[in-house]
Design a protein around this ligand. Structure first.
Ligand code: URP
Ligand code: ZN
Ligand code: ZN
Length: 463
């Protein structure tokens, strides 16, 4: 018998490419053996008969404890990563936001002061460059080579706070390409949106519905195409976050005709929810996010995009705000903090709506919830798969258990659920993070501080 060892018996192991029944032997955080009837004895044994085993989920788009629109997102690094674990997500990638006028290094220090020693699950950061200049340029190499932060987020919207212009974008792309990183983007046309927001406010149109009407599909399609063209021109690996609609995906599809690789992420809400939710007066504030929810035809496009291999990742853009915070915009939609909570339910919702309802295969489910994010962001094969010497990050999943999502039972630090009353089939039963049981019987067994910062490798935008 070896200490710090775990044997999981008879589970149905699903990776992005395989599906077989086996035992998994884990020692010292890593998977050491996989096979039928393994002879090893372990400190702890789990019987996973009739269960599926997935690689731990990776959510590469979350905002924890983030200063935004005059407040902070309501999940801390502790509550957010714990809720993620409950839902089978063992690693998250959060965003550091450079403050315009300040350095990237200063922003890193600020974010580390909130995150370090506070995470329950594993985490990494994207660096959001909101002010690209000669000084910022000098910092890129250090982030990639020393900090293990290899993806640089840009915003084409939120002018005056986060947005960069095209000149800065091109400059950043050239430097990031040179140093071996990737540029990711919130691709919506900030100037068009600001014009429409001002117009609606002037006309006294102030309800959440006008948040949606201020960001029509064209604002995203235009910016996505511009980003894709700039990435092509500079040769920089590019990744579009939270893509929502047909027009934007068409820009990416067109780029594939010149053999350009543009990586696309959508989020669970854009697959499942639609803009009719904004017709519920102020209740619609629960789903005020940017880009907004779209139409049913866009949901269909996104599911198709997943199956066509164009959409590589299903994330959450988890950015929760309590109802009191949402009420900051009760009289003016433009003051509603943008974002919604989803970190805990991404995998169960996607399994239920995607796999159980026959829209995607099991292997595709693993690809878009874990493997592709690990590959794209330089963590594979340490994360994102079930293989020898990979981190033992595993989800033991009952594909048949039915349950209902509710704020009364969720673990996120937010007082409403965007999916209240949703009935799902499939439940996360046990979660293992680097060899330790993280969640069992709906209880988190790990303390804050267990979560490790994951340094990531250089990336080339091709998976
Ligand atoms: O509404 C959103 N998406 N809030 C978080 C910030 C962002 O744009 O991703
Ligand atoms: Zn965004
Ligand atoms: Zn976001």
């Amino acid at each position: 018998m070896r200490s710090m060892s775990l044997l999981i018996k008879n589970g149905r192991v699903i990776t992005a490419s395989e599906d077989y029944v086996a035992d998994i032997f884990i020692e010292d955080e890593k998977i050491k053996a996989i096979g039928k009837d393994l002879p090893m004895k372990a400190y702890e044994t789990i019987d996973a008969s009739d269960m599926m085993i997935f690689p731990g989920g990776i959510d590469p788009h979350v905002h924890l404890d983030m200063p935004f629109m005059g407040t902070f997102s309501s999940d801390t690094y502790e509550t957010g990563t714990r809720a993620a674990l409950h839902g089978g997500t063992t690693t998250v990638i959060d965003f550091i936001l450079q403050k315009q006028g300040n350095s990237l290094k200063a922003a890193l220090g600020d974010w580390r002061s909130r995150s370090d020693n506070n995470c329950v699950g594993d985490y990494s950061f994207h660096m959001a460059v909101t002010d690209f200049n000669e000084e910022t340029k000098k910092e890129i190499k250090h982030f990639i080579e020393e900090e293990g932060i290899t993806s640089f987020k840009t915003f084409m919207a939120y002018k005056g706070a986060l947005m960069i212009d095209d000149r800065q974008m091109i400059g950043l792309m050239e430097e990031v390409k040179k140093q071996g990183g990737m540029v990711t983007v919130h691709a919506t046309n900030g100037d068009m949106i600001d014009y429409l927001v001002a117009k609606h406010r002037d006309e006294g149109k102030l309800s959440p519905l006008y948040h949606y009407l201020s960001q029509p599909e064209v604002t995203e399609a235009e910016a996505s195409e511009r980003f894709v063209d700039m990435a092509n021109y500079t040769g920089c690996p590019g990744y579009i976050v939270h893509l929502t609609c047909e027009g934007a995906l068409n820009a990416v599809r067109n780029a594939t005709r010149r053999n350009q690789n543009v990586l696309v992420e959508t989020c669970i809400q854009y697959l499942l929810l639609d803009a009719s939710l904004y017709e519920k007066d102020f209740d619609g504030a629960k789903w005020v996010m940017s880009p907004p929810l779209r139409e049913k035809k866009d949901q269909q496009t996104l599911w198709a995009g997943i199956n066509q291999g164009l959409v590589k990742v299903v994330a959450t853009d988890h950015c929760p705000f309590n109802w009191e915070q949402k009420k900051m915009g009760e009289k003016d939609f433009s003051k509603i903090p943008n974002g919604h909570p989803a970190i805990e339910h991404r995998m169960e919702l996607l399994f239920s709506e995607g796999v159980h309802n026959g829209k995607i295969t099991l292997n595709k489910f693993v690809e878009v919830t874990s493997t592709n994010a690990a590959k794209i962001f330089g963590m594979f094969p340490r994360k994102g798969t079930i293989g020898i010497d990979s981190d033992a990050d595993l989800v033991i999943f009952d594909p048949n258990e039915k349950h209902t999502i509710s704020a009364s039972s969720h673990h996120m630090h937010v007082d409403y659920s965007a999916y209240e009353g949703w009935k799902v089939t499939g439940k996360v039963k046990t979660v293992v993070l680097r060899g330790k049981i993280a969640v069992e019987n709906n209880e988190c067994k790990l303390e804050k501080g267990y979560g490790q910062f994951i340094k990531r490798s250089k990336v080339n935008g091709i998976i």
